[in-house]
Design a protein around this ligand. Structure first.
Ligand SMILES: [Zn+2]
Length: 444
C-alpha cells in the first residue's frame, strides 16, 4: 500500500450552507490513515505538481471528465431492523404503524441469526447508496445490537449505533424492565467502546417518551453523561403522539419532557420535530440540540411537513434522515428529494395561507449541505467529516455521471451536472464509496 493516495479531477463539497465549492483540476492527497493532508485547486499537470511536492510513494487515481468526488452522505436517522419491511404499511399513521409493523418486526431480532442476516443486507445497501455515516436505531436486544456493531465494523461504515430502550406502553412480546434496559445499555456502550475502532460510536437511544418511564429516561441521561456519549430519539412527529406524551407526563409540551429528564444537550439530536412551538424551538436552540429532518417518513406516515427554515433561522444544527422504514427509501438521494418537496410544500402553504409570500424554499446548495456537512454537525463530527477540508477523514463518493440513471446532453455546466446527480442519479452513479480512505463499496 502506498504512503499516499492522490485523487485528481473535479472535487465538489460544501464549505458552508450557502456555499458549494466546485474545484476543477483538483488534487486531494490522502495519507495511509485515511486523512486528507493536502488540497490543491487548478492543477494543470499532475506530474508537475508531484515534482514540487514531498509525496514520493504515491498511488494516483485520475477521475474522468464526467466524474467527480463529493463527501459521503450522512444519514442522521435510520432504523436498521425496519429495513425488513421498507415500503409496507404506508397506509398507516405513526402509532398504528408501530403496533402493526414495527413492534412485531423488531421483536424477531431476539434471534441473533435473524439479526445477522438482516443487518448484513441493510448496512451493505446503505453503503452502496453512498451513506458513509449512519446513525442507527437497532432493537431492545443486547446481543442483536452487538451483531449490528460487528457488521458495521466489518463492512467499514462510520456509524452511531443505539440499543433501543422501552419499558412501558409496548406490547408484552417486545418490552424490557427499567433495570434490564439500563443494565443492557451500559453493557452495550462498553461493548462498542471496547472495539478497536474510532468509526463506531454508541448512542443512548430511548425510542421516544411514550415507551420510556421517567426512571428510565433519568437513568439513560445519567449513562450518557457517565460515558460521554450522544443521545438520539424522536420528537414531535405526529399530533396523536404529542397529545399522548403531554398527557402521560402532565407536560405543557413534548420538548420539555426530554428537557426535564436531562436528555437535551449539545450531543443530542431529535428526529422529525415536525410540530413545534416557537418556545420549543428556542429550547432546542438553547440546549444546542440538533434535528434529523426525515421528510420521506413525514410524508409517508402523513405526520406533517416540517419547516426546516425555522430551525436554520435559530442556528439549530440540521441533518437529513431516511428514517427507514417510516421512510421507504434507504437512499440519501431520496432524502434530498423528499426534503426538496417538503420545502416546496412549505412555500405553497405559506403562500396559500397568505402568511408570507417571500418564503424561500431550500436551494440545491443547501440540500447538499444538509446531506453532508449539516449531518456531520448534528452528530458532532464536523471536524472529522462532511467536506474535504485538510485534516478531515476521506469519506467520499466517486461519482460517475455515466453508467447510472443520468443522460448527459452535452454543454451542461458543473452546477447542472451536480443537480443531475442529486435529482436524477442513483446508486449506479457511484463508482466507489470510501470511508476513512478505505474503499467500502464499488459499483457492480
Ligand atoms: Zn425513527
Amino acid at each position: 500500500m502506498a504512503a499516499h493516495t492522490i485523487y485528481y479531477g473535479t472535487i465538489i463539497h460544501s464549505v458552508s450552507i450557502e456555499q458549494v465549492d466546485i474545484i476543477q483540476n483538483g488534487v486531494l492527497v490522502v495519507d495511509a490513515t485515511g486523512i486528507i493532508v493536502h488540497v490543491e485547486r487548478d492543477v494543470a499537470d499532475i506530474k508537475e505538481f508531484l515534482d514540487k511536492q514531498p509525496y514520493r510513494d504515491v498511488e494516483i487515481h485520475s477521475l474522468g471528465a464526467e466524474q467527480f468526488l463529493m463527501p459521503g452522505f450522512v444519514d442522521t436517522h435510520a432504523h436498521a431492523p425496519q429495513y425488513m419491511f421498507a415500503g409496507s404499511g404506508m397506509d398507516c399513521q405513526l402509532l398504528d404503524w408501530l403496533e402493526k409493523y414495527v413492534f412485531p418486526c423488531e421483536s424477531a431480532f431476539e434471534s441473533t441469526d435473524h439479526a445477522l442476516e438482516a443487518y448484513q443486507k441493510v448496512v451493505a445497501r446503505f453503503l452502496s447508496n453512498g451513506t458513509t455515516t449512519c446513525s442507527w436505531f437497532a432493537t431492545i436486544h443486547l446481543e442483536a445490537c452487538k451483531k449490528l456493531v460487528d457488521i458495521v465494523h466489518q463492512l467499514g461504515q462510520r456509524a452511531f449505533v443505539g440499543k433501543v430502550n422501552m419499558d412501558q406502553n409496548a406490547p408484552e412480546f417486545y418490552i424490557e424492565s427499567t433495570q434490564s434496559s439500563l443494565k443492557d445499555t451500559r453493557a452495550f456502550i462498553e461493548y462498542v467502546q471496547s472495539k478497536e475502532t474510532t468509526l463506531i460510536t454508541p448512542v443512548v437511544t430511548p425510542r421516544f417518551a411514550i415507551t420510556c418511564s421517567s426512571a428510565l429516561m433519568n437513568g439513560l441521561s445519567q449513562l450518557a453523561k457517565e460515558y460521554r456519549v450522544p443521545i438520539q430519539t424522536h420528537l414531535c412527529e405526529n399530533h396523536d403522539e404529542i397529545d399522548f406524551t403531554c398527557e402521560l407526563f402532565k407536560s405543557k409540551d413534548y420538548t420539555s419532557v426530554y428537557d426535564n429528564h436531562h436528555l437535551l444537550n449539545e450531543r443530542s439530536y431529535m428526529a422529525h420535530c415536525v410540530h413545534m412551538s416557537d418556545e420549543e424551538i428556542d429550547l432546542l436552540a438553547q440546549r444546542k440540540t440538533g434535528v434529523a429532518h426525515c421528510a420521506n417518513s413525514n410524508f409517508s406516515l402523513h405526520s406533517g411537513v416540517c419547516d426546516v427554515r425555522r430551525f436554520l433561522a435559530k442556528g439549530i444544527k440540521v441533518g437529513l434522515g431516511t428514517d427507514v422504514a417510516g421512510g421507504f427509501s434507504p437512499s440519501m438521494l431520496d432524502a434530498i428529494r423528499s426534503t426538496f418537496f417538503a420545502s416546496k410544500t412549505q412555500k405553497i402553504i405559506h403562500r396559500d395561507n397568505g402568511k408570507n409570500n417571500d418564503y424561500v424554499p431550500l436551494k440545491t446548495n443547501e440540500l447538499l449541505f444538509l446531506a453532508t456537512l449539516g449531518g456531520a454537525q448534528v452528530l458532532g463530527l464536523q471536524d472529522q467529516i462532511g467536506n474535504f477540508e485538510k485534516g478531515k477523514s476521506f469519506d467520499a463518493l466517486w461519482v460517475d455521471l455515466e453508467g447510472g440513471s443520468i443522460d448527459l446532453m452535452g454543454g451542461e455546466s458543473m452546477d447542472q451536472k451536480l443537480e443531475k446527480f442529486l435529482f436524477n442519479g442513483n446508486d449506479q452513479n457511484l463508482k466507489h464509496v470510501y470511508v476513512q480512505g478505505g474503499k467500502v463499496s464499488s459499483r457492480k
